[in-house]
Design a protein around this ligand. Structure first.
Ligand SMILES: CCCCCCCCCCCCCCCCCCC/C=C/C(=O)SCCNC(=O)CCNC(=O)[C@H](O)C(C)(C)COP(=O)(O)OP(=O)(O)OC[C@H]1O[C@@H](n2cnc3c(N)ncnc32)[C@H](O)[C@@H]1OP(=O)(O)O
Ligand SMILES: Cc1cc2nc3c(=O)[nH]c(=O)nc-3n(C[C@H](O)[C@H](O)[C@H](O)COP(=O)(O)OP(=O)(O)OC[C@H]3O[C@@H](n4cnc5c(N)ncnc54)[C@H](O)[C@@H]3O)c2cc1C
Length: 632
C-alpha cells in the first residue's frame, strides 16, 4: 500500500524521529522539533542519496509532523507554477536550499473562501517601478498562512493588483518579510503567530500586516500575467492559472487523507484483535471485540476507505500530471476538469476520513480517549483538511458547477470529459441492474447503481435550477435555493469516482496478483460499494437505481461481507507496511502488546516523574491533616 520505505531503519534509528516523547511538549518545543526533523531528513537525504520521493515518504512516515510544510508543499510549487523562467532561476535555488523560507499568504482575517474579495492591495508605482503592498484594514491582514508566524523570510502574497484606478484582480507577489541577517521583520511588516490551534501546533500559522511595503516590479510572479514598466497589464494565460497551486495541494490532501485513515484503521483493527471483552455465551471465554458484528460495522468502513483512497489518489495523480503538463505548455483545456474533480474529491476524502477516524477512536473504548492511543491526535491533526485548500462545502459547489456544465454539454449532444462520460447516457434508459440477490455480490453491478444515482442527482438539480430560473428567480437566488442539492450531487459524483477507481484498480491487479489476494481485494471492494449504498440508501432509492427489494438484498450482503472480511482484517492493515514509529500508537503496535505499551506510555507521563505532586505541599497536605487552609 505505501511504497515500502527502504530507508525506514535509517530514519527511526534516530531518537529525533522516535515519536513517543512528543507528549507534553510545549508549542515552542513542538515547533523546534518539527524544524529539526525536516532539516535532519534533508541531511539524511544527502548522506544516503535519497530521491525526492524518499524524502516525501519520510515526511509521510512522520505523519507530516515536520516543519516547513507550506514551504515544501505550496511556496516552492507556487514558484514553479506562477513564476517566469527568469524568476524561477532566481527564487527556486534559494527556496530549495532553504536560503529563503516561504509561505503562501492568501487568506485574510476577513476572507478565505472568497478570493475576489481579498482586501490586500498591490498598487503599481510607475515613478519608482515598484508595487506598494498594503493591508488597508484589520480584516485585510493575512491570517492563517503556515510558517508565517515565526519562520518565513518570504511570502507569496496574493493581492489585488491596482494600476491607476483599475483593479486587475488577485495576483501573486514575492514579498520579503524578514531580514536574512537577523530574521527581524522588515520595515512595514508586522508579523506573528495566530495562537494555539486544536492540533498541528508545531506549525506557526501566522498573521501579516503590510504597511506600504515596496517591492520591485519584477517581484510579481508573472507567468500568467505581468505589468510593463509603463504600467500596462498583460495577461498571458487565464487568471485561473494563478489558482494552480491550490489544485496541486488538493491532490496532496487526498493522499494525506489516505495516510491518516490507514493509521486509524490499523490502530482500531489491531487493538480490536487483541482486546477481549465480554462474551456471547454465558460463562464462555471473553471474545475478541473484533468478532462482534457491531465492531466490524464500526471499523471496516475505515479499512475499505483506506484502499479506496489509495486507488483514487493513484488515479488522480495520473490525471493531474497529464493536465499539469498541458497547462505548463499553455494548454488550459483540462484546467476546468482537474479543478472540478480535485475540488470535489479533496472535500469527499477529507469528510470521509474525519468521520471514519472518529469511528476508529470510539471503537477503542476508554483507551481511545488517551493521547497514547494516537487515534484522537490523528483526528485533531486531520480536522483542518475539511477547511484548508478550500472549505469543503465550497469545494463541493465548485465540483457541482463543473458537473452542471458537463451535463449541459451532454444534453446538447456535445463531447464531455472522461470523468463525466456517464452523463451522455439517456437518463430514462437506465434499468435497475440488480435483478437478483446474487447481483449484489458483484462490484460491477454496484458500480452501475452508483452511476445511475450520480447521474440522477446531477440531472435532478439541473432540472430544478432550470425550473427556478424559468419561474423568474434570478441566477443567485436559484443557485442559493439549490445549494444543498448541488452539494449532494457533487458527493454522489465523488463517491462514484471512488467506487469506479476501486473496481478498475482491483480488476487491473487481478491480472497480475494471486487469486487469493484478488479475492480479498474483490471482497473489500464489494464491501465498500455495499456500505456506501446502505449509508446513503435514501439517495439511491430516490434515484430509482434500486428499490426496496434490492436494498434488502444489499443490506444482507453487507453484513455477510463483514464476516468475509474478518479473517483478513489484520492482514489487510499489516499490508499498509507502516512502521510502529509511524503509527505511534500504544494500541496499534505490530507486537499487539497494547496494555504493556499503554503502561509504558503512562510511566513516561511527566506527572509521574515525581511520586508526590507539588500541589500536595500547596493544598492537599493541610487539607488531609485537617489543618485550616491559608487564604487562597
Ligand atoms: C505537494 C507535494 C510536495 C512534497 C514536498 C514534501 C512534503 C511536504 C509536506 C507534505 C505535503 C502535504 C500536502 C498537503 C499540505 C496541506 C497544507 C495546507 C495548508 C493550507 C493552505 C491553504 O488553505 S491556501 C488557501 C486556500 N484557499 C482556497 O482554497 C480558497 C477557496 N476559494 C477559491 O478557490 C475561489 O474563491 C472559488 C473557487 C471558491 C471561487 O473562485 P472565483 O471567485 O474565481 O469565482 P468562480 O467560482 O466564478 O470561478 C471562476 C472560474 O474559475 C474557475 N476556477 C476556480 N478555481 C479554480 C482553480 N483552482 N483552478 C482552475 N480553475 C478554477 C471556476 O471553475 C470558474 O470557471 P468557469 O469556466 O468560469 O466556470
Ligand atoms: C490549519 C490551517 C492552515 C491554513 N493554512 C493556510 C495557508 O497556508 N495559506 C492560506 O492562504 N490560508 C491558509 N488557511 C486558511 C484556509 O485556506 C481557509 O480557512 C479556508 O479557505 C476557508 O476559508 P474561511 O476560513 O474564510 O472560511 P469561510 O469561507 O468563512 O467559511 C465559513 C462558512 O461559510 C461557508 N461558506 C463560505 N462561502 C460559501 C459559499 N460561497 N457558499 C456556501 N457556503 C459558503 C463555509 O462552507 C463555512 O461553513 C489555513 C487554514 C487552516 C485551518
Amino acid at each position: 500500500m505505501q511504497k515500502t520505505f527502504k530507508n525506514e531503519k535509517i530514519l527511526f534509528a534516530e531518537p529525533l524521529f522516535q515519536c513517543d516523547g512528543l507528549a507534553g511538549f510545549t508549542r515552542s518545543e513542538l515547533y523546534e522539533n518539527a524544524i529539526h526533523r525536516t532539516l535532519r531528513i534533508n541531511q539524511l537525504k544527502k548522506e544516503h542519496n535519497w530521491t525526492q520521493e524518499d524524502f516525501d515518504i519520510a515526511i509521510r512516515c512522520l505523519n507530516y509532523e515536520v516543519g516547513f510544510v507550506i514551504h515544501l508543499s505550496m511556496f516552492i510549487p507556487a514558484i514553479e507554477r506562477l513564476a517566469t523562467d527568469d524568476q524561477k532561476a532566481k527564487w527556486l535555488p534559494l527556496a530549495e536550499s532553504y536560503r529563503i523560507l516561504g509561505t503562501y499568504a492568501q487568506t485574510e482575517l476577513g476572507h478565505g473562501t472568497n478570493l475576489m474579495a481579498l482586501e490586500t492591495t498591490a498598487t503599481f508605482d510607475p515613478r519608482t517601478d515598484e508595487f506598494v503592498l498594503r493591508t488597508p484594514q484589520l480584516s485585510s491582514m493575512k491570517w492563517w498562512p503556515g510558517s508565517l508566524g515565526k519562520t518565513a523570510t518570504h511570502a507569496i502574497v496574493l493581492a489585488q493588483l491596482i494600476i491607476g484606478n483599475k483593479n486587475y484582480g488577485m495576483n501573486p507577489f514575492m514579498v520579503q518579510l524578514r531580514s536574512l541577517e537577523d530574521h527581524m521583520p522588515l520595515p512595514g511588516i508586522i508579523v506573528g503567530d495566530i495562537g494555539a490551534k486544536l492540533g498541528a501546533n508545531s506549525n506557526d500559522n501566522g498573521f501579516l500586516i503590510l504597511n506600504d511595503v515596496r517591492i520591485p516590479r519584477e517581484n510579481m510572479l508573472a507567468r500568467n500575467s505581468k505589468v510593463t514598466k509603463d504600467g500596462r497589464y498583460i495577461q498571458t494565460s487565464t487568471n485561473k492559472a494563478n489558482y494552480a497551486t491550490m489544485v496541486l495541494v488538493r491532490l496532496s490532501i487526498i493522499r494525506w487523507a489516505e495516510d491518516t485513515i490507514k493509521n486509524g484503521s490499523l490502530i482500531a483493527i489491531r487493538y480490536s484483535a487483541v482486546r477481549r471483552q465480554s462474551s456471547l455465551q454465558a460463562g464462555g471465554p471473553e471474545m475478541q471485540v473484533l468478532d462482534y458484528q457491531t465492531q466490524q460495522y464500526k471499523i471496516f468502513p475505515s479499512l475499505a476507505a483506506s484502499y479506496a483512497l489509495f486507488f483514487t489518489y493513484e488515479a488522480m495523480m495520473k490525471e493531474y500530471e497529464i493536465a499539469y503538463a498541458q497547462i505548463m505548455r499553455g494548454n488550459n483545456q483540462l484546467l476546468g476538469q482537474i479543478h472540478g474533480q480535485l475540488s470535489g474529491l479533496k472535500a469527499f476524502a477529507s469528510d470521509l476520513v474525519t468521520y471514519e477516524l472518529e469511528m476508529c477512536r470510539r471503537s477503542c473504548g476508554g483507551h481511545g480517549y488517551l493521547k497514547a492511543s494516537v487515534v484522537g491526535e490523528t483526528l485533531l491533526h486531520t480536522l483542518p483538511l475539511v477547511t484548508v485548500e478550500g472549505d469543503n462545502t465550497v469545494m463541493y459547489l465548485q465540483c457541482a458547477r463543473y458537473l452542471l456544465k458537463q451535463i449541459a454539454k451532454a444534453l446538447a449532444g456535445q463531447d464531455v470529459d472522461e470523468p463525466t462520460s456517464y452523463l451522455k447516457k439517456d437518463i430514462l434508459s437506465y434499468t435497475c441492474p440488480v435483478q437478483k440477490g446474487e447481483h449484489c455480490t458483484n462490484p460491477n453491478y454496484l458500480l452501475k447503481i452508483y452511476t445511475q444515482r450520480a447521474h440522477s442527482a446531477i440531472a435532478s438539480v439541473a432540472r430544478q435550477l432550470q425550473f427556478d430560473l424559468e419561474s423568474g428567480k434570478d441566477q443567485s437566488s436559484a443557485f442559493n435555493n439549490n445549494l444543498v442539492s448541488l452539494v449532494q450531487a457533487a458527493k454522489a459524483h465523488c463517491q462514484l469516482c471512488l467506487m469506479k477507481n476501486f473496481v478498475e484498480s482491483v480488476s487491473a491487479l487481478e491480472r497480475t496478483c494471486s487469486e487469493n489476494l484478488a479475492s480479498v481485494l474483490r471482497q473489500l471492494c464489494l464491501y465498500f460499494g455495499l456500505h456506501g449504498i446502505v449509508t446513503a440508501s435514501g439517495e439511491f432509492l430516490e434515484s430509482e437505481a434500486i428499490g426496496l427489494q434490492q436494498l434488502e438484498w444489499i443490506k444482507a450482503e453487507e453484513l455477510k461481507s463483514l464476516a468475509a472480511i474478518r479473517p483478513n482484517a489484520v492482514a489487510l492493515v499489516d499490508a499498509f507496511d507502516l512502521h510502529d514509529q509511524t503509527v505511534m500508537s500504544a494500541l496499534g503496535r505490530y507486537d499487539g502488546n497494547a496494555y504493556q505499551h499503554l503502561f509504558e506510555a503512562a510511566k513516561r507521563e511527566p506527572m509521574n516523574q515525581t511520586q508526590v505532586p507539588p500541589a500536595y505541599y500547596k493544598y492537599l497536605r493541610d487539607l488531609i491533616k485537617g489543618q485550616p487552609l491559608a487564604k487562597l
